[in-house]
Design a protein around this ligand. Structure first.
Ligand code: OAD
Length: 237
């Protein structure tokens, strides 16, 4: 089908084989850290040093990570659809930059980006891969003590929601890759897509908590399942 529009939602599972930990699996990040301490505005207000240390460790981890075959395949899908008059809308809950490193041209980071620092005082953002410190002075407002990662915390509103809802409504196919289906609003996209008559597909290591909602399901490691699925899609166009 020429002009096909695919909306892909990715989660931590797409980056798992690049060595970045997932959140809710055995040994996941939220089994080792209390998310209310390190991923909420209240936690940051109580103990900013703890929060900065947590995200500094994740920045260091990201610096050594490379995209895997799943990221590369999604970049190929974007180019392949565009060449056939179609479009890929790649929306990720991940704060890493592995889709970009794999060559994806347009990535919507609904939960923000780890390698961007935001000033808590004035909300100015800037690309930054260095360690977050209390002493850093914001170039926009001149105040210190406000450096935080540009990451959406629990209790905060995900980014780009209007554009995401428009793109979802415009899609011919919704595909969810490597996400647990337990964090809203992203976990609700599949039901929204279904209600609009859009075909849905889940690609995951194992069935997610809302697997029953999907029309098609593919299970296995993303580095194998995603390239195979992308080939099938492009061959079928
Ligand atoms: P989770 O850690 O909750 O879920 C990861 C999903 O990836 C699970 O369904 C696994 O089965 C799957 N998975 C693991 N390894 C995989 C592999 N090699 N191939 C394919 N799938 C694999 O992560 P998310 O659902 O992405 O938000 O988490 C959503 C949000 O919760 C995150 O963006 C983060 C977190 O708290 C914030 O920090 C705001």
């Amino acid at each position: 089908m020429n002009g096909m529009k695919i909306f892909v939602l990715t989660g931590a599972g797409v980056s798992a084989e690049s060595g970045l930990g997932t959140f809710r699996d055995k040994d996941g990040v939220w089994t080792k850290y209390d998310l209310s301490e390190v991923a909420t505005p209240e936690g940051f207000a109580r103990n900013p040093a703890l929060v900065r240390d947590f995200y500094n460790a994740r920045r260091a981890n990201l610096a050594g990570a490379a995209p895997n075959a799943a990221h590369v395949a999604l970049a190929r899908l974007e180019a392949g659809l565009a060449a056939r008059g179609g479009e890929l809308w790649l929306c990720t809950q991940n704060v890493d930059d592995l889709h970009e490193k794999a060559g994806s041209q347009r990535v919507i980071h609904m939960h923000g980006e780890l390698a961007v620092t935001r000033c808590h005082h004035c909300q100015a953002t800037r690309p930054d891969t260095q360690a977050l410190t209390a002493e850093a002075v914001c170039a926009a407002c001149g105040r210190d003590g406000g450096a935080r990662p540009h990451v959406v915390w629990f209790g905060e509103t995900p980014l780009f929601m209007d554009a995401i809802e428009d793109a979802l409504a415009d899609a011919d196919l919704f595909v969810s890759i490597g996400t647990s289906g337990s964090v809203y609003p992203a976990a609700g996209f599949v039901s929204e897509a279904r209600a609009m008559g859009i075909a849905t597909c889940e690609i995951n290591l194992e069935p997610s908590s809302n697997a029953y909602v999907f029309d098609e399901k593919v299970y296995g490691p993303a580095s194998e399942t995603v390239p195979a699925w992308v080939e099938r899609v492009l061959d079928g166009l």
